[in-house]
Write a protein that binds this ligand. Structure first.
Ligand code: PEP
Ligand code: MN
Length: 351
């Protein structure tokens, strides 16, 4: 069971809940988020129900759920959620495209990739400044300089920015530049990082770990939610299987499975899953057809010289095809392509 306190609840209100639960032989775990406090109860549910916790001062809601992830479950919140990032909606009704380079490499490369993203139909920009690379000898990203570039490119193009954070100690700094914080596949179960982004006051894009079950993935989302942040978007990016023809195997069935279990939006990464440029368009079609709420796609002005993941980046020649697809496919699924938040940043002629 979970007790959600009102934003106005006092420490004494929280203590009263804890004391009552303990007097009934249960355990109570308090997590204080930015906007509200949540008390998780462990013990006999029937005993807790007899306590009538909902009538105590400062208690907003008492939730009884049968799954280990509670706040993110549809049992708790039946309607599917729409998360807004810098004015861009992600959720049912729209198809939101996020695109950009795998990694920020320079101001020119990032700006060019952002215009490519925009002309492909994207309403948000992706780009890693901190790169969690499997090898310590691979490009590790530009760090805070890369975040400054992303913020400049946002001003020029009007595209809100999602970028990865890999260290709990960097969360506030990354949040001061980004519109949305990305937790990558390699950090999906970095619980200290999940809790830190849960308290950062910015929406979070949570990628699925490549060996994570759906239950583990949603439990990771619960760590963020438990800190009071329910602005979470889930991203299916492929899992590791015995198949070696693709970088990872896109688990397309995860999209409807997760949408049934959780109210959070689910998007698909057709770039990191396949790891091959020629698969990005077919996997994008599959994602739209299966009912994904959005896509996150790698684009690069010069993939041959990209410092990270050039093999999967779409080039100028692919952009027209993807932009045609974005005009015709979302309506087939009853969705509108999400628009960029404002009118600044018209794509220059020739891009
Ligand atoms: C990324 O999106 O830049 C990335 C590193 O992806 P993933 O965490 O899914 O491997
Ligand atoms: Mn990448």
């Amino acid at each position: 069971m979970v007790v959600v306190m009102t934003p106005e609840a006092t420490p004494a209100d929280v203590e009263a809940v804890v004391n009552l639960v303990q007097s009934a032989g249960g355990q109570a775990f308090v997590s204080r988020g930015l906007t509200r406090t949540i008390v998780g109860l462990v013990g006999d549910v029937a005993d807790f129900e007899a306590l009538n916790l909902g009538s105590l001062a400062g208690v907003l809601q008492v939730i009884r759920v049968s799954v280990p992830f509670k706040l993110v479950s549809r049992e708790h919140h039946a309607a599917r959620s729409v998360i807004r990032v810098g004015g861009v909606p992600i959720g049912p009704g729209t198809l939101t495209v996020i695109a950009g380079p795998c990694a920020v490499e320079s101001p020119e490369q990032t700006l060019q990739a952002a215009w490519m993203a925009k002309s492909a139909g994207a309403s948000m920009l992706r780009g890693g400044a901190f790169k969690p690379r499997t090898s310590p000898y691979s490009y590790q990203g530009m760090g805070e300089d890369g975040l400054r570039i992303l913020a400049d490119v946002r001003s020029e193009t009007g595209l809100p920015v999602v970028t990865e954070v890999i260290d709990p100690g960097h969360v506030d700094m990354v949040a001061s530049y980004a519109d949305m914080l990305q937790i990558g596949a390699r950090n999906m179960q970095n619980f200290a990082l999940l809790q830190a982004v849960g308290s950062a006051g910015k929406p979070v894009l949570l990628k699925r770990g490549f060996s994570a079950t759906i239950e583990e993935w949603l439990s990771a989302a619960e760590y963020i939610a438990q800190r009071g942040n329910l602005d979470i978007v889930l991203c299916e990016r492929g899992i590791r299987t015995f198949e070696t023809a693709t970088r990872n195997t896109l688990d397309i069935s995860a999209v409807p499975v997760v949408q049934r279990l959780s109210h959070l939006p689910v998007i698909v990464d057709p770039s990191h899953s396949g790891g091959r440029r020629d698969l990005v368009l077919p996997l994008t079609r599959a994602a739209i057809a299966v009912g994904a709420d959005g896509l996150i796609i790698d684009v690069h002005p010069a993939p041959k010289t990209a410092l990270c993941d050039g093999d999967q980046a779409l080039t100028e020649t692919d952009i027209r095809e993807i932009s045609d697809m974005m005009a015709s496919w979302p309506p087939l699924m009853g969705r509108m392509l999400a628009a960029s938040p404002d009118e600044v940043g018209h794509v220059p002629a020739g891009v």
